[in-house]
Ligand binder design. Structure first.
Ligand code: SF4
Length: 330
């Protein structure tokens, strides 16, 4: 599963785009997309490619010449919504150029790019209309012997997004880029993305993912993708921390302790389930499935492994002792 992120509006010069992509790479991003609204941005592509290390996707709307020039300038993939490129001939020109350069395409369909005859037929951009539009373009791509593409069918409506992807996944075998578009701002955007992307991933649908998010720091897109993948059991490059919600029996500051444990385990790059529980009476048992865990007590807490208490330690040393034990056993 590849995590994709898109550079934000703050990245407009090649150096600011490069800086943002390098930050994405550090965070675990696998593919990056940049908006290509004009030739000035197209011309930045070679410099960006030279200084970065993950595949670059040029995001083009309306103007087929920008897509063609992005390909010629070294983009690894170009995202187009064929429905807004203007004409089938222009889309075919893009296909010829992409084939010649070995460049992948993303065939995107969304409400804004839906053909008028499909809007007439269905009355609105419903999942059936989006899928019919995508399949029309798939046929055109195939007739041009072009198979190096992924499909995305996005809507800002979660149930409709899920339905559309399920339909297209049944009808063809091309890789799918999944996400909920225009999800908005957190926390609602995170919830919409988690439900939409998560529902699809649990059905085995999706090859690349992106969280569409209006946030201060675009790196957030990657963090949320990783958390969604972790929650559905598809991310094995770092531990998962589970924590009790705390109740009247809680004897420690669980939130503070979770933050400390999170910070300390961030250097571990393997899948582990680590529990942070609020009391020693129920904590170890409730988190029996965790590989390791800590449970807080009034003066001292317990460190446990698979529900069994390994040792008692003063509360202040819980996180550090937990780390020592994990490091010795992994
Ligand atoms: Fe309450 Fe203890 Fe369970 Fe946490 S582990 S929810 S404090 S009973």
């Amino acid at each position: 599963m590849a995590i994709q992120a898109m550079c934000s509006k703050n990245a407009k010069t090649s150096s600011s785009i490069i800086a943002q992509i390098l930050k994405f790479e550090k965070e675990g991003c696998n593919l990056v997309r940049i908006a290509v609204p004009n030739m000035k941005t197209v011309e930045m592509i070679p410099a960006i490619k030279k200084k970065t290390h993950i595949p670059l996707i040029a995001d083009v709307h309306f103007d087929f010449r920008l897509a063609i020039e992005s390909i010629k300038n070294g983009a690894d993939k170009v995202r187009i919504n064929p429905g807004n490129i203007g004409s089938r001939e222009h889309v075919e020109e893009i296909l010829v150029c992409a084939k010649k350069h070995g460049t992948a395409l993303r065939l995107g369909v969304n409400a804004g790019s839906l053909e008028l005859n499909l809007l007439d037929k269905y009355g609105r951009p419903c999942p059936q209309a989006l899928v019919e539009s995508a399949l029309r373009w798939v046929k055109i791509f195939e007739r041009n012997n072009f198979k190096n593409f992924v499909i995305s069918i996005k809507s800002s409506n979660v149930p409709e997004t899920v339905e559309a992807y399920k339909m297209i996944a049944e009808k063809c075998d091309y890789p799918l880029h999944i996400g909920v578009t225009e999800a908005g701002v957190p926390p609602y955007a995170v919830i919409k993305s988690a439900i939409g992307i998560g529902a699809l991933l649990l059905k085995g649908i999706g090859d690349t993912i992106r969280v569409s998010l209006a946030s201060e720091d675009p790196v957030e897109q990657i963090r949320i993708c990783k958390q969604i993948l972790k929650a559905v059991g598809l991310y094995d490059k770092e531990p998962e921390i589970i924590a009790c919600p705390s109740c009247g029996r809680c004897e420690i500051d669980v939130v503070k302790l979770v933050k400390e444990v999170e910070k300390r385990v961030s250097k571990i790059k393997q899948p582990l389930k680590i529990a942070v529980m609020g009391c020693t009476v129920n904590g170890p048992g409730e988190a029996r499935e965790a590989d390791f865990g800590i449970a807080g007590g009034r003066s001292q807490g317990a460190i446990f492994k698979k529900g069994k208490i390994l040792k008692w330690v003063p509360e202040k040393q819980l996180a550090s002792e937990l780390m020592k034990i994990i490091e010795a056993k992994i």
